[in-house]
Write a protein that binds this ligand. Structure first.
Ligand code: LMR
Length: 400
């Protein structure tokens, strides 16, 4: 018997696997609305101008390719802490936040999972129903059990506040609970500031440990406003973790640049936590990739480039919101049965359309339109060239 004969084939990834299928589809009219990558009006995933300029400066500076510190470059860490917690946050000044540059937000989530399992001995993590298709995989590979709390009302397309709070109030002390800071993936439905305060209060009273997945900072209403959840947990003086990412808001998807922040009560604890994060990183990927973090630091070290970044981020957000309007109008013009105006209320890159797995499969088979099985559509992938075809195909699928 061959040594590898026992290896069984794994199913394709529910999101990235669809990109592979899309690439192999010969239909010239195919449409890819799967992975959460921002596309502009021409259907391309642009490199931001501020990033191009930063790369030019980095190339001219001819820096070193030596290893970064295990938890990343201090300059980068300083910038990411300020973006997430706010410039004047006292916990930054006093050293209460242990931060490690991770390979993307996903790397941060896995490091968070390893930390809570190995260093805190936690067993269970609660995730929203639904949640990003990769969350369960990441945390179960970190040896955590997955439990779910209600999040979304399928019929009214809004937040199931009562269901969520009732379950949170019942979660055993010290369990870990995962939240999406904004632009909830896949629903696009976020708690209001008031509801975040209630969530934080319940977590505080129940002594729960929140992990906040902050992958879309700046895609809801602006990078400062989007930190509302962070402020809510901070106001309650809580210990919590944040996994932030520059994939979307800097368009640095392939550079894998994100951060895990662990907010501790005092600098002594934070120091010990950082020492443990370093062990977890060193025994996994040793130290983080440098290029993306150097870009982020170059942009955020320069006032003009920072302003340019804010404008480019706003332009992405504005385009997505205007596509939402066109999409809803297009569905109505195409005669799609039902009221889709809820799509206009959703935040971030995705529209949780309500399409069933059967309708999603029909769109793929009949029209070469690729959508995630949950019915999640990447709105940024919709443009003037594909919107009519998309809307009439969806209208057709809804008549199935
Ligand atoms: C998504 O949800 O499509 C993105 O977060 C990209 C990914 O890695 O799945």
């Amino acid at each position: 018997m061959n040594l590898f004969e026992q290896v069984t084939a794994a199913p394709p990834d529910p999101i990235l696997g669809l990109t592979e299928a899309f690439r192999n589809d010969p239909n010239p009219d195919k449409i890819n609305l799967t992975v959460g990558v921002y596309q502009d009006a021409t259907g391309t995933a642009p490199v931001l101008d501020c990033v191009r300029e930063a790369e030019k400066r980095l190339a001219a500076a001819n820096g070193s390719k030596s290893y970064l510190p295990i938890n990343g470059h201090p300059d980068y860490i300083g910038h990411t802490q300020k973006l997430v917690f706010g410039e004047g946050d006292e916990r930054i000044q006093t050293g209460c936040i242990a931060s490690a540059h991770t390979p993307g937000g996903t790397g941060g989530l896995r490091l968070a999972g390893d930390f809570v399992r190995q260093c805190l001995g936690q067993r269970t993590i609660w995730v929203s129903n639904p949640t990003w298709a990769n969350h369960q995989g990441i945390f179960s590979r970190a040896d955590l059990d997955i439990a779910v709390y209600p999040y979304y009302n399928v019929d009214s397309h809004d937040l199931n506040v009562e269901g969520m709070i009732t379950v949170l109030e019942d979660i055993p002390e010290n369990d870990v609970v995962l939240f999406h800071a904004c632009c909830h993936n896949p629903t696009g439905v976020d708690p209001s500031e008031e509801i975040w305060k209630t969530i934080a209060k319940v977590c505080k009273e129940r002594r729960l440990l929140p992990i906040i997945d902050f992958a879309y900072q700046g895609f809801a209403t602006g990078w400062i406003d989007d930190a509302v959840a962070i402020r809510a947990f901070s106001e309650y003086g809580m210990e919590f973790l944040v996994c932030s990412s520059f994939s979307k808001n800097f368009g640095l998807y392939q550079d894998r640049v994100g951060t895990l922040h662990v907010v501790a009560k005092n600098p002594g604890e934070s120091k010990r936590i950082l020492s443990q994060l370093k062990v977890l990183v060193r025994t996994n990927y040793s130290n983080p990739p440098a290029h993306g973090s150097a870009i982020v630091s170059t942009v955020l070290n320069d006032r003009d480039l920072t302003q340019q970044w804010e404008e480019e981020l706003k332009a992405m957000r504005t385009r997505i919101n205007s596509v939402r309007e066109q999409f809803v109008d297009g569905l109505s013009k195409a005669g799609a049965p039902g009221d889709f105006s809820f799509i206009k209320e959703q935040m971030g890159m995705f529209s949780f359309s309500g399409l069933t797995p059967g309708q999603v499969q029909y769109l793929r088979d009949q029209y070469s339109i690729y959508i995630v099985k949950s019915g999640r559509i990447n709105v940024a992938g919709v443009n003037d060239r594909n919107i009519d075809r998309l809307c009439s195909a969806i209208a057709d699928s809804l008549k199935m």
